[in-house]
Design a binder for this molecule. Structure first.
Ligand SMILES: Nc1ncnc2c1ncn2[C@@H]1O[C@H](COP(=O)(O)OP(=O)(O)OP(=O)(O)O)[C@@H](O)[C@H]1O
Ligand SMILES: [Mg+2]
Length: 266
């Protein structure tokens, strides 16, 4: 299997649009504009990029960024093997060569010296210098860079530089409106929409507590988890405790508050 085929998404991912993000992304892709997806954890960013890669029929190469990641982890390095040294492309280089959509997840986690390697790829140059190898890669015409960014977690010390941010068009993601989120939860888990609606209502209560004792509200992802347990026959109160309350907080008072919210629905 060629690299390109290996990274193609075969089956249509289930994605419910929440606004005009699909049209905007398509237009951005047509202009080969780099795109930044902003929003809290578990609200559909990864699912969206998978859906867009499928729709645009482009391979998708995803890299989960972390603070230990170096520029070599993105662009590549020389490896030693029996026959001597051999260059191995990193995921960013591979994506640039084959014309993939490269998705750098949680890019703010990477150190700034890592982040700057994307600069020449994200302006008119569309090139990637492999300094160690002495090669300048010209990005394939179909290549596009997409990054995700959770504006919530980062503190002032950990933010993208303006010179990085201003290389991207940005789409804001949030939790979907009630009817859409109910659809997502029941579609993903097979539970009755009436039960899904109760889960969404619980999430709304918790989301109002963000900044008042909770760092983050209950994500769509956690609602899907709750739905999976309920679909397996777990009693809803226990399912909600495991998936909507305990992961969020260790504070006993906050747990009581959330548990009370669950109890008003189940
Ligand atoms: N609009 C949507 N359409 C379909 N499924 C959705 C949608 N929004 C959220 N989901 C569901 O929520 C789950 C979590 O979404 P996803 O993994 O895309 O979150 P994310 O925004 O990438 O989170 P993180 O920042 O933690 O990576 C998905 O697996 C999917 O079940
Ligand atoms: Mg994600």
């Amino acid at each position: 299997m060629s690299s390109t085929e290996q990274y193609l998404i075969q089956e249509r991912p289930y994605y419910r649009a929440t606004a005009d993000e699909v049209e905007l992304f398509e237009a951005a892709y047509a202009a080969r504009m780099p795109v930044m997806l902003k929003g809290p954890t578990g609200c559909g960013k990864t699912r969206f990029v998978e859906y867009m890669a499928w729709k645009l029929k482009r391979p998708l190469i995803t890299v989960a960024c972390n603070e230990d990641m170096t520029a070599s982890d993105l662009v590549g390095r020389f490896l030693l093997d029996a026959s001597g040294t051999r260059w191995q492309d990193g995921p960013l280089t591979l994506a640039a060569r084959i014309g993939a959509i490269c998705y750098l997840d949680e890019v703010v986690e990477a150190r700034q010296d890592t982040t700057v390697v994307i600069h020449p790829l994200t302006d008119h140059r569309r090139t990637l210098p492999l300094d160690k190898k002495g090669e300048l890669v010209h990005a394939h015409p179909d290549f596009q860079l997409v990054i995700s960014y959770n504006p919530g977690y980062q503190n002032l010390l950990k933010d993208l530089k303006q010179s990085t941010k201003q290389r991207f068009g940005a789409l804001d993601f949030g939790y979907p409106e009630t009817a859409v989120e109910v659809d997502v939860v029941s579609h993903e888990t097979g539970i009755d929409p009436k039960i899904a609606e109760k889960l969404v209502q619980i999430a709304h209560r918790a989301r109002n507590l963000k900044g008042h004792g909770l760092d983050e509200g209950i994500s769509t992802r956690l609602l899907v988890y709750a739905g999976h347990l309920i679909a397996k026959g777990i009693e809803p109160r226990a399912a909600c405790m495991m998936t909507l309350v305990r992961p969020l907080t260790d504070d006993p008072d906050m747990r009581d508050t959330l548990d009370a919210a669950v109890a008003t629905f189940f």
